[in-house]
Write a protein that binds this ligand. Sequence first.
Ligand code: PEP
Ligand code: MN
Length: 250
Amino acid sequence: MGKNNKHIIIAGPCAIETKKIFFDTIDSINKDVDIFRAGIWKARTSPNNFQGIGEEGLSWIQEAQIKYKKPFAIEVGTAQHVELALKHEIGILWIGARTTCNPFSVQEICEATRGSDLEIWIKNPIFPNLELWIGAIERFKKSKIKNIKVINRGFFSESPSPYRNLPRWDIVRKFKKIFPKIPLICDPSHISGNTELIYDVCVKALSYEVIGFMIEVHKKPEIALSDQNQQLKPKEFCEILDKLKSTNST
Ligand code: PEP
Ligand code: MN
């Protein structure tokens, strides 16, 4: 896993909170990561919660891209986010699960990406609705985005479940039939909602031809301002990758 291995490892904090914690986190996982992830703008349910560090964090990402010679992926939710990401030379943008549900937002983002060589990752919509996912992909295809990948981050369900979001591999299988060439990434962190299930979700994902994993890691999850329960400590993250490496080579 990670460098020179079969699966792409994308990892980093749910959100950037301070420059120090951000650099401490990525520094401690750098050897195992191909692409870093970091949240700059957070689509929070309540306006009273942390909304993300905003533009200031983009300059830290730019600095980190130069220091570690690795690309970053960030979430965008508006056309202005896309413009700011381009200005700060971020080449991979993902569409969050809440945004994929809203065709107006997806269209606005598409228009902002037109003519760029951005790579776009589209998370499944938060609700188990395959058509919304397909629609978002078609919009980016029409905008001539060549490099599209999708992410299974699980689906909302009211039924009691050990997962925060049901993985619904049945929906993913249908998706794969329609778009067999679009590479699939698994986000076990948002599927699990806790750190205990992450390894098992990754193992299951291996049987669905995923090309990589997007995993939330934080130097001090206990003080994280979002998704505290599901962010792995760097050491736990490395242990899971080691375990996966041996599972995957058998
Ligand atoms: C995230 O990746 O931190 C995030 C908010 O993702 P999602 O859109 O899957 O909830
Ligand atoms: Mn998160």
